[in-house]
Design a protein around this ligand. Structure first.
Ligand code: SF4
Length: 437
């Protein structure tokens, strides 16, 4: 591979992991750009002389992907394709010492809170005036808004607090400013994310303030949809539902990761809630916000999960008929409390249990989708793929939920625009239709 002799630095940022990491990369790119340094995100061109890999350390698979990506760029560096390689993000926060030994080709490793030190390596300053500004790396009609960092909960299986620390909320003023900047850039939909959305405000305002934040964000001109992700179910502040009911901009959509439904398992997982309380919460949600669509995620194969306990989860999924469901397989993460237990559910059983949940959900989702045939739904179009324009309703988040497909052969829609679509047919997770206005 050729050796570059570039006079000016150009940085390529690679992002792995979740939407929260993507927001961190966008903040980093904004800072680099604000220092007049050329920067790209996941560029295919090989014209950058510096690469920053923003890693994920969530579960085994994610760690493996991050390590492989670092190794790939370490090889590029050894071959002279880049001059500097830096690594940041969750994996680096968690395993910095090990990584320094294992992959010494990396010039420096940084934790999740060390952006100023990373910028210093690039001879750039951390510019406080840029906080709240964001260069978007993906489509410009939607963006994630990270309202807090970290988590104070102690779920048995979760390594996130080890990597992201205690809960720190951003102020309402800072978030409104960030949303205004996003709206000026063309963003129409913001997705509120946090490790634990419902805790918002307890640290800085001494009370849960998500409803007040939502009311303030609804005032931002240009933002048409506000979507809520990752609401912890225990001690759920019910006034969130009142805000959802009174504010038309808040999507009738709530992502509540329940993780399990068997009481013994919920206790083992330290979820501070029972199945009865979970059922009651969902019932209240449906009463207070008619038409609300609930997304949830479950974790299967946690230490100690018996077939009987898993079956109780299956019964719950069948009975509750959630609108959207995701399933994760347990990963044995050191320094979590579950790590002290034996990882006694083998990987085949974990995979089989995950499939069983999704099989139940497939038919629920198909039944739900079939009821939509003949209805006209407001759709926000995200992209064109092959012969279809692909969009989402307010009940669907990008990348994880259902999609609406419109044939691009005989109709045209602009990406980033809303349109009303008459639904003509349905599959498990896709709806097909045509634009009517
Ligand atoms: S609430 Fe979520 S982020 Fe916090 S410890 Fe539990 S699973 Fe992890």
């Amino acid at each position: 591979m050729k050796t570059k002799t570039l006079n000016k630095n150009k940085v390529n940022v690679i992002t792995l992991g979740c939407s929260k990491n993507l927001v961190d990369s966008e903040d980093l790119i904004t800072q680099i750009k604000g220092n007049d340094i050329a920067v790209t995100h996941e560029s295919e061109e090989d014209d950058a002389n510096i690469v920053i890999v923003n890693t994920c350390g969530f579960i085994d698979l994610a760690k493996e992907e991050s390590v492989n990506t670092i190794l790939q760029y370490a090889d590029v560096k050894k071959a002279g394709g880049i001059e500097k390689l830096y690594v940041t993000g969750c994996l680096s926060q968690r395993y910095k010492d090990d990584l320094e030994v294992a992959i010494p080709e990396v010039d420096a490793y940084f934790g999740t809170m060390e952006m100023p030190s990373l910028l210093a390596k690039l001879e750039a300053d951390y510019k406080h005036e840029l906080v709240g500004e964001r260069v978007l790396s993906g489509p410009i009609h939607y963006a994630y808004l990270k309202i807090s960092e970290g988590c104070n909960r102690t779920c048995s299986f979760c390594a996130i607090p080890l990597m992201r620390g205690k809960h720190v909320s951003k102020t309402i003023e800072a978030l409104v400013k960030e949303a205004e900047n996003l709206a000026r850039m063309g963003v129409k939909e913001i997705m509120l994310i946090a490790q634990e959305l419902t805790y918002y405000g307890l640290d800085i305002y001494k009370k849960r303030e998500l409803p007040r934040l939502l009311d303030a964000l609804c005032e931002v001109e240009g933002i048409e949809w506000i979507r809520l992700h990752y609401a912890y179910p225990s001690k759920f502040p019910l006034d969130i539902f009142d805000a959802m009911a009174r504010q038309p901009k808040i999507c009738n959509y709530l992502d509540i990761p329940l993780q399990h439904a068997d009481d013994t398992m919920l206790e083992r997982m330290r979820r501070q809630i029972t199945q009865k309380e979970q059922r009651e919460l969902i019932k209240i949600a449906k009463e207070k916000v008619p038409g609300i669509h609930i997304r949830t995620t479950f974790l299967v194969g946690h230490p100690g999960e018996t077939e009987e306990e898993f079956q109780s989860l299956c019964d719950f999924v069948s009975d509750m008929k959630f609108d959207r469901v995701g399933v994760f397989q347990y990963s044995h993460e050191e320094d979590t409390s579950a790590h002290d237990m034996e990882d006694d559910v083998d990987s085949e059983t974990k995979a089989e249990r995950a499939n069983r949940i999704m099989e139940i959900q497939n038919s629920i989702s198909l039944d739900n989708n079939e009821t939509l045939v003949g209805q006209t739904l407001k759709v926000l179009f995200d992209r064109k793929e092959g012969e279809f324009f692909i969009g989402r309703t307010e009940f669907d988040s990008p990348e994880v939920d259902n999609e609406v497909l419109v044939s691009a052969k005989d109709q045209y829609v602009r990406i980033g625009d809303f349109a009303n679509v008459l639904i003509e047919s349905a599959e498990d997770y896709d709806l097909y239709g045509r634009v009517v206005s």
